[in-house]
Design a protein around this ligand. Structure first.
Ligand code: G3H
Length: 537
């Protein structure tokens, strides 16, 4: 059950609701917004008991500003001014000084951990363990980014002499970056673009996802105080109202967006000079598991369960279709359905909860549509509890046999449904992957090295990561995270992200006595941040 009796909510997570966020960060100031606010409903249904009667209600946990084009333009101007065509304080600051600002920021946000974690639970229904993991992983990501930048800078702190030309090559910022993260990792995936963009010297505007706004509220003061004015700014509200004008202005140099390809395409097309816009996009996926006849069944079932259903299947990397070989299909499904039926539905703070309420409005109706469509095509929900709904939560449904005539075959369900297809010939799942619009990852389950090797080689040219006897996932964050086809544009990892938000620039001079003397003087007298041999220790 996902009804939570008021009294059973742990004290640590009972925040002072509603949180009235009526400010936005612009030009180093938390400006007060007097206009309309958007109410935020928690997906967790709360029950209260009075006179032996139980009443249930969805809780309004807060409000955030519904800004207009005017404030969006004001924020854009602040970012442009902070960057000032590369002449701003931030883009010209030394790497060491920028790192110091990020360190101050990190120190400050660590103090907000408990509140952010609680808001992740209330706002998007993430379990305590996953919410805490998201926060800690974000801090680790920032620390790793700082280390990676130090390494990069050390390599650049030297001159190269080639064909009688002296050069110094470094990475420089790109300009104004618009960062938009997804609702399922509203903190982590926003920060995995925002932090590298910032640390490389860009000015940033960030718009939190529609679901997952309030959790950024405790961090705004840290953003305000750790960076020079205009370097970080926020916008809130309806995308067409506040993002459209930003893109149409042509002043956004980089779009870092994690969400649907439909929205990404709209945003890209709004920019008047698409060739000037650099895009870093994380989009949809329909990752497949292929369970071969010799797979270790217990292990495969466990990995598929985790891969398909952690955070209710709301991960871009989730396994969204399982292809199981006919020889083991029956046993595999028997074990899988048993385990799926044992999953516990609960509120995010329930220690035992594995399935929690879904935050997207209308999501249960959408999932039911997919289930109905599959049933019409001849599939069944094969686990007893599959599809049972309790307020905003749905018990995961294992659906079999799924085929090309059903929406579940190609559509990204992004929720607690596990579609299963049977195959007899490996060409069936291989053709599926080749014809899919998506190309993020695949999981192969099997034990024969020859068979696996013959699958790995073609698959690495179809997707961006082949997982062996392991679920699909983004981490470790030092590994490249990307996708082919409609699944991504650009690559993110701790070190790749630094590259994505910068460009190589160099200073070069023909080697002659005058230039040698000039360069020496600039370096020895520390006249330039770029032309410098300073080494970060
Ligand atoms: O939603 C997409 C995330 O990047 C997936 O990350 O595999 O660590 O859950 P994860």
């Amino acid at each position: 059950m996902t009804i939570e009796l008021e009294d059973s909510i742990p004290v640590a997570y009972r925040l002072q609701f509603p949180i009235r966020q009526n400010t936005y960060l612009c030009n180093g100031e938390l400006k007060t917004w007097q206009g309309d606010l958007q109410a935020v409903q928690s997906p967790v249904t709360i029950a209260s008991q009075s006179d032996a009667q139980t009443e249930t209600a969805s809780l309004t946990i807060g409000y955030y500003p519904l800004l207009t084009e005017t404030e969006a333009t004001e924020v854009l101007d602040a970012a442009c001014q902070a960057y000032n065509c590369g002449r701003g304080i931030w883009p010209r600051m030394s790497v060491e000084e920028r790192i110091k600002c990020i360190e101050v920021f990190t120190y400050k946000i660590k103090e907000a951990k408990q509140e952010v974690v609680a808001l992740l639970m209330w706002e998007i229904g993430k379990t305590f363990a996953d919410a805490e993991k998201e926060f800690d992983r974000t801090i680790d990501y920032i620390d790793a980014t700082i280390d990676a930048l130090k390494d990069l800078d050390r390599i650049s702190s030297r001159f190269v002499i080639e064909q009688q030309v002296i050069g110094q090559i470094r990475r420089s910022p790109l300009g104004v970056v618009l960062c938009m993260g997804p609702f399922n990792y509203p903190l982590n995936e926003t920060f995995t673009t925002l932090i590298p963009a910032l640390i490389m010297g860009n000015a940033v505007i960030f718009k939190p996802p529609k679901l997952g706004v309030l959790l950024h509220h405790p961090l705004l003061e840290a953003f305000r105080s750790a960076f020079p004015p205009g370097v970080v700014n926020t916008v809130y509200g309806d995308g067409s109202e506040v993002i459209g004008p930003l893109m149409a202005s042509g002043k956004v140099d980089v779009l870092a967006f994690i969400g649907s390809s439909r929205v990404a395409d709209i945003l890209k097309h709004q920019h008047p000079k698409p060739h000037r816009l650099r895009c870093v996009l994380g989009l949809e996926a329909k990752n497949v598991a292929i369970v071969l006849p010799d797979a270790d069944l217990e292990h495969s079932v466990n990995e598929c369960l985790l891969g398909a259903l952690s955070y209710n299947g709301q991960r871009c990397t989730a396994l969204k279709l399982l292809f199981v070989h006919e020889a083991i299909r029956e046993t595999f499904l028997q074990r899988l359905t048993e385990k799926v039926d044992k999953l516990i539905l609960g509120a995010p703070w329930d220690k035992e909860a594995q399935i929690t309420p879904l935050p997207e409005p209308g999501k249960i109706d959408y999932l039911n549509e997919l289930l109905e469509d599959a049933k019409k095509g001849g599939a069944t929900i094969i686990n007893q509890k599959g599809g049972q709904v309790s307020f905003n939560a749905m018990h995961p449904a294992v659906v079999f046999p799924v085929n090309a005539h059903m929406r579940l075959y190609t559509e990204e369900q992004f929720g607690p449904i596990v579609p299963v297809a049977e195959f007899s010939d490996i060409s069936e799942p291989m053709n599926y992957i080749t014809q899919s619009n998506y190309g993020q990852q695949v999981s192969l389950f099997g034990e024969d090295p020859d068979t696996l090797a013959t699958l790995i080689d073609p698959l690495v040219n179809q997707v961006s990561r082949v997982n062996i006897n392991s679920q699909c996932q983004r981490g470790p964050d030092s590994f490249p995270f990307t996708g082919r086809k409609d699944s991504a544009e650009g690559t993110l990892s701790v070190s790749d992200a630094l590259r994505a938000f910068s460009i190589r620039s160099l200073v070069a001079a023909k080697e002659n006595p005058t230039n040698r003397k000039l360069i020496k003087r600039i370096v020895l007298e520390r006249k330039s941040q770029f032309l410098s041999t300073d080494f970060i220790l």
